[in-house]
Design a protein around this ligand. Sequence first.
Ligand code: NDP
Ligand code: BG6
Length: 471
Amino acid sequence: MSLKPPAAQDIVIIGASGDLSRRKLLPALYNLAAVGLLPKRGAIIGLARSNLNTESFRELARESVRQFSRSGFDEKRWDEFASRLTYILLDGGGYARLATATRESHRFVYLAVPPSAVPAVVRSLNDAGLKSGTRLVIEKPFGRDVASARELNRTLHESFAESQIFRIDHYLGKETVENILVFRFGNSVFERVWNRDAIDNIQITVAESIGIEGRGAFYEEAGALRDIVQSHVFQVLSLLTMEPPADTAAESIRDEKAKVFRAMRPLDPDRTVRGQYAGGSVDGDAVPGYREEKGVAPDSTTETFFAAQVEIDTWRWAGTPFFLRTGKRLPRRATEVTIVFREAPLCLFEGTSVERLRPNHLTLRIQPDEGITLAFLAKQPGPEVKEQLVRMDFSYGDSFMTRPEESYERLLHDVMHGDHTLFMREDAVERAWMIVQPVLDNPASLCTYPAGSWGPGEAEDLIAPRTWHLR
Ligand code: NDP
Ligand code: BG6
């Protein structure tokens, strides 16, 4: 991340009155301004169809920042930031007024609108003459299957070149996700064992204790596979498994990630588990089942839990199983990667109480409690040979005395600098959909699990005889 403020440009948010804009984008821009990382010149222009004006938009933004800014709220800083904010009502002439209002020759336009609105907004920007000088930021979901992803890419490319498009997956802006490449390619001690010869299996879990948070209509269309696995989990998987790039140029890294997706086998529905939460209890509070949530059909078959075994057919990974798992209403919020190494080839300690040597494992804690742990065996003190699994632990908080920054700050900053490294490329997005398409066409039957559990028992069968590390 460059620490220079970006070149002069306007910042445009379409859908500025919505949830994403209020909870993430406006607070992130405020925090970038606070550390001098916004362009020195350029307006911040919000657009939506809601009947706001610049004054009421500034009030909405102020409340958003007060509520969601990670660095708190400072009245003087706010006044400076607010003076850059303007609002344009998206009525018939909204896009033409935007073209007049943009003062700089460069801008980024963030589409914080529902997916169904994207094609019309993209065409309107083009018709208003805003193609040249624009970087276009698109939010997930990038389609809902192979065909719709291709259609979306076609629509985008009717108006914008791939080099102008920034597809956001906010997991890529997490410090701990970005650290995967530094950890792998900066530490030869680990990279030498990062392959099928030394690793027995790799597990990725994205566990959430929340339910669907009032997003019933959205979630009914998405489900856990589309919402988390095809996007966030696949991105983490590609960083864990890609080959070292020739250099750190954005395209070199994105090429290596795309190669992983090309080598991944399409999912086998028989090696997947789909679950949906029934009522239960999370953190001691009784919570309703998914089908009782607002906006959800009483006979919904949308999955809120998804687990799969994945194979990657490369020389490095052939034969190594990857176990992926995500779910809502699990016992706690935790995103973790566990690399389970092979067991020692033989147990030397015959005649002692040590009958089996438990394998080493390395855990990357993506969130919360961000850090890395290496577990290995040590002899318990005393005359008898008795082993115990002990841990070497790195914690971001203890080592750097800080929590990782909010991922939207990082991603917005990179867009302003035109750096594509942390954004998804067209070919990788389409290939990721091809991998999950067999399960979309032929989904496994739906299991239920009580809210507050680690998902259906079938997920334990999927990984057996191994076990999920996070529990
Ligand atoms: P909301 O429904 O809360 O907000 C949508 C915004 O778009 C509103 O400002 C709405 O305002 C505006 N809008 C709707 N239709 C149009 C249109 N035709 N033309 C212009 N503006 C329009 O949605 P979210 O903010 O939650 O989500 C926005 C996008 O971000 C979605 O693609 C979502 O999947 C994605 N996303 C959201 C996340 C979140 O945390 N909220 C996380 C990850 C992705 P008005 O009706 O006034 O025009
Ligand atoms: C979003 C999903 O992309 O990621 C949500 O739509 C999910 O369903 C969220 O809750 C999780 O993000 P994070 O950063 O809290 O892990």
